[in-house]
Design a protein around this ligand. Structure first.
Ligand SMILES: NC(=O)c1ccc[n+]([C@@H]2O[C@H](COP(=O)([O-])OP(=O)(O)OC[C@H]3O[C@@H](n4cnc5c(N)ncnc54)[C@H](OP(=O)(O)O)[C@@H]3O)[C@@H](O)[C@H]2O)c1
Length: 429
């Protein structure tokens, strides 16, 4: 059988695109099925910008859409980023021209995955996005391929390395969020505009994609409940530690009789739990299946090397002509995404109250919680120097979110409570 050379067009030569160029330059014999993959054409914003790999011999396209539709390539790799704009236009152009597409773009897949899947399947070409979630750790393949024999019931994980780095540093050094964020930016762990990461939106894109793969529905990013880590205080990290927990940004999804819930919240995870022990920029994911039980994967979620390896694995799938639907089922057969209302969540919670230093406070708080039907699991009062008021912190047994919100409203109105109580969820998995 004669060897074929697949001509790869790459749009976006930044961290991931640059990594892919380096990977294929170092490993010129990358031929997973005998055929070779060779980058022949590229596009980026600036042609003159210095790149780690020589691109002078490659065809250059100012416009990624023109590259995507070009007859000079067999596979289009989109590594620009962004849910709309040039990335979306180029992916659509490639699919319309009948070209397989590989992308690392979680925002694009989370927000437009269903329509792009329909387009890809209508022309019979793959649309692959392994690098979009957990970088080099193969979560997408795990759900799309390895788990199809089981019924996934829940997922929970750490999907944003920047947030995990910041929370780990806050805990290790006892420092505040803003200080640690500044350091993380200087070290290259956080972007100049960190909103997508610290606001929880990046993790929400990723868990929306995983929910679709796990439950056979279309991704529905708009239905995700998203809370970032900006409001996590060093005081909560210290108090949670005293109770035997670490705070992590947990992205989770579960299928219940009411529908699918997709959530991102800073959450308490007990010491010793693999998610609590996942530190620094590492990513981790629990997959819960009805027959298989629990699977845990952990690894790098970003960076040029790991992400380029995931993109290369997708290119290899294109070359093997592996054909699976883009999500768990063909686009036309994906189940409607029925979102569970946030108020229907039932789970354990952590509440931190700043109260006046006077007698009767604990009785007032306990009575209010009892009246609302919130049952206390543990209670801790700890004097903290320089704090406005005295913090008391408690964890609850499982309680409906609507009941908890009502209790927080009532606690806030107590004369002895100085500010709105701080709520953090306790991770279920
Ligand atoms: N960084 C990671 O570790 C990582 C991990 C997983 C997934 N991802 C995803 O991978 C994608 C790329 O991320 P990245 O970190 O590599 O981004 P990046 O470093 O910011 O690189 C973006 C690239 O896109 C090019 N670009 C921007 N606008 C363009 C346009 N209109 N036309 C053509 N090219 C354009 C830029 O050109 P210039 O170089 O000329 O400015 C640059 O080369 C994103 O979807 C991201 O979410 C990244």
């Amino acid at each position: 059988m004669s060897e074929k050379t697949w001509r790869i067009g790459v749009a976006g030569l930044g961290t991931v695109g640059g990594g892919l160029l380096e990977f294929l330059a170092e490993q010129a014999d990358f031929a997973p099925v005998g055929d070779r993959a060779v980058i022949t054409a590229v596009s980026a914003r600036s042609r003159s910008r210095a790149r780690k790999t020589d691109i002078s011999t490659l065809a250059w396209f100012d416009d990624p859409v023109a590259l995507a539709a070009s007859a000079e390539i067999d596979v289009f790799v989109e590594l620009i980023g962004g849910s709309d704009g040039p990335a979306k236009a180029a992916v659509e152009a490639a699919l319309k021209a009948g070209k397989p597409v590989v992308t690392a773009n979680k925002a694009l897949i989370a927000e437009h995955g269903a329509e792009l899947a329909a387009l890809a399947e209508s022309v019979g070409v793959p649309l692959l996005f392994e690098a979009a979630v957990m970088g080099g750790t193969p979560a997408v393949k795990m759900l799309r391929e390895a788990m199809v024999g089981d019924e996934v019931t829940a997922l929970a994980g750490i999907l944003n390395g920047t947030c995990n780095f910041i929370l780990s540093e806050m805990e290790a050094k006892g420092r505040g969020f803003r200080d640690v964020l500044t350091d993380a930016q200087a070290l290259g762990y956080a972007e100049a505009d960190p909103t997508m990461d610290v606001g929880g939106f990046d993790a929400a894109h990723k868990i929306s994609i995983l929910a679709a793969l796990a439950f056979g529905c279309a991704p529905n990013y708009a239905a995700a409940e998203v809370e970032g880590i900006e409001g996590v205080e060093a005081l909560d990290i210290a108090l949670a530690k005293d109770l035997g927990y670490r705070i992590r940004l947990i992205a989770s999804t579960e299928k219940t009789d009411d529908g699918v819930a997709v959530r991102v919240h800073p959450s308490l995870v007990a010491f010793g739990h693999p998610l609590a022990e996942t530190r620094g920029a590492t990513n981790a994911l629990f997959i819960e299946g009805r027959r298989i039980g629990r699977i845990f994967i952990q690894g790098p979620g970003a960076g040029a090397g790991p992400t380029a390896a995931a993109v290369a694995a997708d290119i290899a799938d294109v070359m093997t002509a592996a054909s699976r639907p883009v999500f768990q089922a063909p686009a036309g057969k994906l189940k409607p995404f029925v979102a569970v209302a946030p108020t229907r969540r039932v789970g354990k919670a952590y509440l931190r109250l700043m109260v006046k230093d006077q007698a009767g406070v604990i009785a007032a708080v306990s009575e209010t919680l009892a009246e609302c039907g919130v049952s206390i699991d543990s209670f801790l009062q700890k004097p903290v120097e320089d704090a406005a008021g005295v913090p008391i912190v408690l964890t609850t047994h499982a309680v409906a979110e609507s009941v908890l919100t009502d209790a927080i409203d009532r606690l806030e109105r107590l004369e002895v409570v100085l500010e709105r109580p701080r709520l953090l969820r306790i991770a279920r998995i």
